[in-house]
Design a protein around this ligand. Structure first.
Ligand SMILES: [Mg+2]
Length: 152
């Protein structure tokens, strides 16, 4: 969009306004997916890459935390039930640390686990995505939720 607007400007000489919102939508967001189920992790990785995200993946909370500290992501998609360190434990570690407390965390939640979401939200999760999700909509959903999270 931004490139398109700049190109338009070059072509027409017109003063094409590029607003902040457009720039925010065009930023390449880096997302860290922390999910222990291989097929779900692969679907997320594949579709979000296709959608232009910079994607890294981890199969449990402990590895997820390592990756967070190597390079801070713009958003973390965090599964709940995982071996070694579960999503709630990772969330609590993130929120206790000044370096990571402001990274938005979206919980990946099975519909059957919805009643437990309150706990995650109390612990500081910013939003949630219900599994199963439609992979095609996922990028747009994440951008939309991030837009709300960053503005608020
Ligand atoms: Mg799991």
């Amino acid at each position: 969009m931004v490139l398109y607007a700049v190109r338009l400007q070059q072509l027409s000489g017109a003063d094409v306004a590029v607003d902040k919102e457009t720039i925010a939508m065009d930023k390449q967001f880096s997302v860290l997916v922390v999910e222990d189920e291989d097929h779900i992790r692969s679907i997320l990785e594949y579709n979000l890459k296709l959608d232009g995200f910079d994607v890294r993946v981890a199969e449990n909370g402990r590895k997820g935390l390592e990756l967070v500290h190597q390079r801070y992501p713009d958003v973390i998609l965090l599964d709940w039930m995982m071996p070694e360190m579960n999503g709630l434990e990772m969330l609590s570690a993130l929120k206790k640390d000044k370096q990571t407390e402001n990274i938005p965390v979206f919980m990946l939640t099975a519909r059957a686990m919805m009643q437990d979401l309150g706990t995650a939200l109390l612990e500081g999760a910013d939003d949630y995505i219900v599994k199963p999700f439609d992979p095609k909509d996922l990028g747009a959903t994440i951008r939309h939720k991030l837009g709300k999270t960053i503005k608020s």
